[in-house]
Write a new protein. Structure first.
Length: 221
């Protein structure tokens, strides 16, 4: 899942609201947790809606942050409906297309810019900025993005915008075991063991930074 150890962010060097993700020149990885029935069928068919249990009309929240999906799904142990964690790779253009439609869930410049009588809330891509976590699920002093894909886009997303699907549940569970054995393992060691991906700041256009009320480079949280 990674190639080299990342630089551990400091509280002043990392923007308060910033997208950090595992990505290459063409794709970016987001995560979501599903039931085994949905996940097994999705991996086998390389199509997220391969199982009849997948409900395309519901909003789906995806996260580029590995630590945040660990927190949300409890390393896959929290809920049987979230017992399998999937890494979903998207092309940069499709990921940015989601952000370009994004509306902040809790106010801010992006929310104000999209207010008005013609606003279709059912079709909105929702964006939340939640406190980031470290691999041990401790809260960090900056924010991580969550993206809510509405039911109106979920079929397009599931069938056309996902390049590949990988079940990374065992990596999540191995991470928990490693931290249970030694809570003081450094981020660098976890990356070297392949238990944490190398996440880097993902650059977006100024229009998206404004829309999503992101912190500009150089600003102090």
């Amino acid at each position: 899942m990674s190639e080299a150890a990342p630089t551990i962010p400091s509280t002043t060097a990392v923007p308060y609201r910033q997208i950090r993700a595992l990505y290459d020149e063409e794709t970016i990885t987001v995560y979501q947790a599903y039931s085994p029935a949905i996940a097994i069928a999705a991996v086998a068919a390389q199509r997220l809606d391969a199982s009849p249990d997948f409900r395309p009309g519901r909003m789906t929240w995806v996260k580029p942050s590995w630590a945040w999906i660990m927190y949300r799904a409890g390393y896959s142990y929290k809920d049987a409906r979230q017992a399998r964690i999937l890494a979903l790779r998207m092309k940069h253009a499709d990921f940015l297309a989601l952000l370009q439609r994004g509306v902040l869930s809790h106010g801010g410049a992006g929310a104000d810019a999209n207010a008005g009588p013609a606003r279709d809330r059912a079709a909105e891509v929702r964006v939340q900025w939640d406190p980031e976590r470290d691999p041990a699920l401790r809260r960090l002093p900056y924010r991580s993005i969550q993206i809510g894909i509405p039911g109106t886009l979920s079929t397009l997303w599931a069938r056309e915008w996902i390049v590949s699907i990988e079940d990374v549940t065992e990596t999540a569970r191995s991470l928990k075991r490693a931290l249970d054995e030694d809570p003081d393992l450094s981020l660098q060691v976890l990356v070297e063991r392949g238990l944490v991906p190398q996440e880097r700041p993902f650059q977006v256009p100024d229009t998206i930074m404004t829309r999503l009320d992101m912190t500009r480079p150089g600003q102090i949280p």
